[in-house]
Design a protein around this ligand. Structure first.
Ligand SMILES: CC(C)(COP(=O)(O)OP(=O)(O)OC[C@H]1O[C@@H](n2cnc3c(N)ncnc32)[C@H](O)[C@@H]1OP(=O)(O)O)[C@@H](O)C(=O)NCCC(=O)NCCS
Length: 171
């Protein structure tokens, strides 16, 4: 089994329907396929990821997400179609030492197959490797699937005090 989170090594995940996938660090060549992923996602999925009505990933957003100094961005493809990105996972640095911010976007057609859960667990390993002791995630209070995914990662239950919850996951 490959060392999860090692640079240059693709991390295998098998979905509930038997599809085999590969998750690896982003490269500059991924911009087009990532834009295509955003285009295929529903407005609701994009809004849940960005907490805003983003039709696309902006150039400025891409610069942040693809800058290794700012954190780690992972992309997932199926084993068969390696040029089609079906999910993007981010573990970005924050102003707080040792605290990384997690975000996941799974293409609508690939949701509810166990990918988000596996990617979140993998992201926790990546965050540990980056020296983080805590992951935070900004999750809409009504985002039941993501809250469920984070519960699987033993995230403490957070009482909703507003439209977006700041969830802290000790690693
Ligand atoms: C949230 C997201 C990443 C989850 O990815 P996914 O691949 O669908 O996740 P999984 O299939 O691993 O798990 C989803 C879980 O939510 C559960 N779920 C789905 N709808 C639900 C609902 N309405 N209420 C409660 N649980 C729900 C599923 O049953 C599943 O749990 P299980 O594995 O115990 O059965 C994905 O839906 C997504 O990208 N959403 C849009 C962007 C987003 O919300 N990102 C998170 C912001 S940080």
């Amino acid at each position: 089994m490959p060392d999860a989170g090692s640079p240059g090594i693709a991390h295998p995940i098998t979905l509930n329907d038997g599809t085999t996938t590969r998750t690896r660090e982003v490269t500059p060549a991924d911009l087009g396929p990532i834009q295509a992923l955003h285009h295929r996602c529903s407005p609701i999925s994009r809004a849940l990821r960005y907490h805003a009505g983003k039709p696309q990933l902006t150039t400025a957003g891409w610069r942040v997400l693809s800058d290794p100094q700012r954190g780690t961005t992972l992309v997932t493809t199926t084993e068969q179609h390696t040029d089609r990105i079906i999910a993007m996972t981010n573990v970005m640095r924050t102003d707080e030492q040792g605290v990384g911010e997690l975000a996941v976007l799974v293409e609508d057609a690939w949701q509810s197959k166990g990918l988000g859960t596996a990617l979140t667990a993998h992201a926790a390993q990546v965050a540990r490797r980056a020296g983080h002791h805590t992951l935070t995630a900004a999750v809409a209070a009504g985002n039941a699937p993501m809250l469920h995914v984070l519960e699987n990662l033993d995230a403490p239950r957070t009482r909703a005090t507003g439209p977006v919850l700041a969830i802290q996951i000790p690693l």
